[in-house]
Design a protein around this ligand. Structure first.
Ligand SMILES: Cc1cc2nc3c(=O)[nH]c(=O)nc-3n(C[C@H](O)[C@H](O)[C@H](O)COP(=O)(O)O)c2cc1C
Length: 196
């Protein structure tokens, strides 16, 4: 049996008690019913670098011309891009922090959105290079309704995934948890209904 390669990205800075992590566990269990999985975990609460002056210069230098130092500057980014490239399915759990994505998630996006690696510019505009993948995005929030005018996270995640070529995206909302006692149960029901 062939294995489904999953990249799990946790963007909650809470390690214990994170509802996004709990729902990711359930979703991955669901996806594993009837097939073998290989799961790569990228837990952004464990730290991620911001891009820098040296990073930008190295990224704009042709691959063949990069110095060993420049290759070192891009090493984490290369690894993160490789994780996305190797995945068949991405499972992202992204909480809304201050109406947007957590800073660590934005740092991850800055590390993986790379011209010539994950997108390229054509005469028709930008083209994503990581096609043929599926993504599930679990959005958690206390009170901000998902996809509302004050949710600057969900639309951003959808756009960024599309920008790198991932257009088959399913959102699972566990939003408004402080206002809706059923918020988690609704997300769990949506996960249970996903065909594995
Ligand atoms: C720093 C911080 C900022 C937050 N900002 C918002 C917000 O703007 N809107 C909202 O609805 N909830 C906000 N919350 C609540 C979280 O979105 C909510 O607790 C969510 O469940 C976190 O995901 P988790 O359970 O996976 O940790 C914030 C939480 C933290 C820690």
């Amino acid at each position: 049996m062939s294995k489904l390669n999953i990249l799990r990205i946790d963007a909650s800075m809470r390690v214990k008690g994170s509802t996004g992590r709990q729902l990711s566990d359930q979703l991955i269990d669901r996806l594993g019913q009837g097939q073998q999985l290989k799961v790569v975990n990228r837990d952004l609460s464990q730290g991620i670098s911001f891009i820098s002056d040296a990073w930008i210069e190295a990224n704009f230098t042709d691959k063949a011309e990069r110095s060993p130092q420049q290759q070192g500057v891009l090493a984490q980014s290369d690894a993160l891009v490789g994780e996305v490239r190797d995945a068949d399915v991405l499972v992202l759990a992204v909480p809304i922090y201050n109406f947007g994505v957590p800073a660590a998630f934005k740092a991850w996006v800055d590390q993986i959105a790379r011209a010539r690696e994950t997108f390229r510019f054509t005469e028709r505009g930008p083209e994503g290079l990581l096609t043929g993948k599926k993504a599930y995005v679990i959005v958690t929030s206390g009170g901000t309704p998902m996809f509302s005018d004050i949710d600057f996270a969900s639309g951003f995640v959808r756009h960024v995934l599309g920008f790198i070529g991932i257009t088959d995206v399913t959102f699972i909302g566990a939003d408004k948890q402080l206002m809706d006692a059923e918020a988690l149960a609704k997300a769990e029901a949506q996960i249970a209904a996903i065909a594995a």
